[in-house]
Design a protein around this ligand. Sequence first.
Ligand code: HPA
Length: 174
Amino acid sequence: MEKIRNAITTIANFPKPGIQFRDITSLLECPEASRLTVEKLGHKCIDIDCNKIVAIEARGFIFGATLAQELSVPLVLARKPGKLPRATLQQQYKLEYGQDTLHIHRDSLQEGDRVLIIDDLIATGGTALAVVKLVEQVGAQVTHACFVVALPELGGVSRLQKAGVRVDYLLEYD
Ligand code: HPA
């Protein structure tokens, strides 16, 4: 796991003063660490009883796509407004300043689906919790969520757990 950690760059004061930004673009630029990340995520997720993966825009798509192929389940994209061409379900969520909305194609989820959420990083959990609500709109359930990086001090991991989601990740940072 140290190889993966070493390939993630920390950028001080991005995007705002005081924030230590954990940047996975440097991980993607290191093929060995990137391959290892995909392999470890596969090990974490291979026995999860899910029938769909929902990947969160944008960096979640990278890992969600490879995992969906490995687990042989459909990959469903949770996207920002104006990106998905068919009819969508939508869910608003709070940002530090203001709010944003996530969409999923309405016909991509069915009642009873058991969903695994994939994203690169969990911080406050706002987007992942919006996906939990989106999925619940159709009577489906998010049973698990898996991330490359967790920042548990920002509260997202425990918020997801309180919502009944089993949370896993490869690395954590304070
Ligand atoms: N990296 C990437 N995305 C983030 C971070 C971070 O450190 N914190 C909140 N969102």
